[in-house]
Every structure is written in C-alpha cells, then in structure tokens.
Write a protein that binds this ligand. Sequence first.
Ligand SMILES: Nc1ncnc2c1ncn2[C@@H]1O[C@H](COP(=O)(O)OP(=O)(O)O)[C@@H](O)[C@H]1O
Ligand SMILES: O=C(OP(=O)(O)O)[C@H](O)COP(=O)(O)O
Length: 386
Amino acid sequence: MLSINNINIKNKRVLIRSDLNVPINNKKISSDTRILASLPTIKLAIKKKAIVIIMSHLGRPKENEYNENYSLKYILNYLKKKIKNIKIILVKKYLNGFNFKYGNLYILENVRFNKGEKKNSLLLSKKYASLCDIFVMDAFGSSHRKQSSTYGVSLFAKISCAGLLLISEINTLNKYLNKPKRPMTVILGGSKISTKFNILKYLNKISDYIIVGGGIANNFIAIKNKVGNSLYEKKYIEKSKKLLKNNKILIPKDVYVGKSILYNEKSKIKNIKKIKENDIILDFGIKTILNIIKIIINSNTILWNGPIGMFELMNFKNGTKIISKIISLNKCFSIIGGGDTISAISIFSNKKNFSYISTGGGSFLQLLEGKILPIVKLINNINFLN
Ligand SMILES: Nc1ncnc2c1ncn2[C@@H]1O[C@H](COP(=O)(O)OP(=O)(O)O)[C@@H](O)[C@H]1O
Ligand SMILES: O=C(OP(=O)(O)O)[C@H](O)COP(=O)(O)O
C-alpha cells in the first residue's frame, strides 16, 4: 500500500484522517492511546514541511448540527501539549475552503457535524478532497467505516495513501492473527451490537471459547429470559440461538442490574431467570465471572474487544476490571482492541502486561475475519490504476 513515507509532501496540503475518537468524561480525556498512536504520522508530515490538516470524528453526534460536547476543542488542547513549536488551530468552517498559512497545523472540527458524512455523501467527499493535495488515511479505528472522511474523500483526492499507524496496525495484526496458540478464547462485549454481532459466526469456527459481554450477551440472555430495559437488538435473538449449537459460547448465569444508567446507580445481583421489566443488565455476576476466570487461565491466546459491563458507572465495573486483571496476570498471548476496551484496561491494569493493544475495535474484528478494509482496497486500486 502506498505510504506517506514514499511521497514528496513538502509544501503540499496534506489532509490526514486520524481516529481521535477518545473517551471524554467531564471534559477530560480519559484514555489518550488513540491520540498518541496518531502522532507519528502527524509529526512526520510536520517534519517534512507539509501544510498539515487533521480531520477526525468524535463520538456519534447528530449530523448537520454543532454540539459543543462533541467538539474537537478538547483534543486540540491535548495536542497543544504534545506538539510544540507549531501553532495549532481548530477550523470550524472549512467545507468551502479556509485561509491557511505555511507553518500552522490545522484541525478540522468534528466531521460528524457535516451533513452526509456517515452516508458517504459524494458531495461532501469532494469538498474534503478539495482541501488537499494529498489525502492520508491513518484512522485505523475507523477504517471499517465507508464514510465521506474515511472512504469517499479518496475517490476525489489527487493522491491517496496510508499513514504510519494504519500500515503498522494491519501488518502487526495480520502477523499475530496467523496461527494463534490454542486454546484461543475470544471475548466480545460492548455496545455496538450491529457492528460486531455478525463476526460471531466466524468466531464460532475459529475459536475454542467465546465469552460474550455487554449488549452482545444480552441478545443471548434474551433467547430464554426477559431482559427488561437492557441493551439488545431483537433481530439478533434468532441468530444467537443458531450460534449456540456447538457449545462454545458462554452465556452468563448471573448479572448485576440497575434501574438507570446514572453514575452512582445501585447494583443488585440477579439470576438471569429473575430479570424484571424495569431492570437493566449492566455487568456480570460473581458466578459468571468465576467461570470466565477458569476459561482465561486455560487459554494460550486471548482476543478481547468490548467491555463486559458499563464499567464507567461506579457499581458496574467488576466484570471488566477482574477480567482485565486476570488477562494481564496470565502469561498467555493477548490482543486487546477498541476505544473503550483500551480505556478500561488502562484504568484497571498495567497496559504493558498485554501482548498487543490495537487502536481499533470494529476494524480489528474485520481483520480477524480476514476481510480487506474498504479504504485499503480503494487506495490500492486507485494507485494501481495510476
Ligand atoms: N450491559 C451493557 N449495557 C449497555 N452498555 C454497555 C454494557 N456493557 C458495556 N457497555 C458499554 O459499551 C461501551 C463500549 O462499547 P464498544 O464501543 O462496542 O467497545 P469498544 O470501543 O471497546 O469497541 C462502553 O461505553 C460500555 O459502557
Ligand atoms: O471507536 C471506534 O470504534 P470501536 O468502538 O470499534 O473501537 C471508532 O472511532 C469508530 O467509531 P464508530 O463506531 O462511531 O464509527
């Protein structure tokens, strides 16, 4: 794949799509891993004297509307501490061009404020492309998304290439995912059910044990039980049933429930058969966690994406915390991926005790499935034709 390393970018307008989508609590960044991982490409472009423009999304705001809570100004303040000797400017209005000066670094305001971003609007993609001479895709964490800033822009940019992080993540994950040591356990949790659920069919073939957590687990619980107000998607319940045939998926036996998702919501342990209409499943119970510990201790490879419970809340941390600690203490090979999963392991254990931490969750799962990421295919095709 064409790399930023192999292009002359001096004095050129270089638009870098980074994934600066980090968890922010009370206006503070709670995990900076993704920003730190994006710095090498940005610093390389500055060193090579390009006019550097960065774009990223943050969270999932409503399109076509400015919302301060999702502004990249929090990221800007952080970048100012990490990149010295250059003026960094947040550009709010940029779709029809903006005045730039050589020697400044520009960050475009959250691309998800722009109408058409998520649907990969060609008009919007063209507008992004007209801001640059070279487009650099470096947002590994968003590289499974076919959106205007992660995909469409490449159709119109004069030159498209990959950044250092994108290339390094793909190479490293492909190397590690080839012939993993057995038994191999996959832990799949979190809230993005529609992004992740379909990979379970493949995981059922390649792994020895599967632990489902978060919203994914709720679909399995819902096969035979009430799940009240818990996060789940009805259309996946039938599919969940079919996945149970070869007995690899561990369904929780007990869970912690709350009535709301307020920070200090009280937790109550319940057998999954006793969930009531107004309960929300927010973490795993003790019996289930003990079962998971046994599986982890017997595994030689662990792949983990998606927290077990809503670990950001005071009383629902345990499942994610204990599993994070057990993996980090176990001597097995462990790959962890996903914005919130990284945030969780940074809080609960020493990141150095995991074998590899990927900045991607959904994109890591796509690679695991052996799929070629859409933007990678596009950049390769464009450069082949040129
Ligand atoms: N039972 C649950 N109900 C609702 N949300 C949950 C539950 N368990 C975990 N979550 C939430 O899932 C979010 C992370 O999901 P996701 O984005 O899929 O993970 P990642 O970013 O690691 O890929 C966290 O904010 C966490 O609070
Ligand atoms: O956090 C991300 O993905 P992840 O939750 O799979 O790690 C990426 O920034 C993509 O965000 P999106 O799932 O809102 O498109």
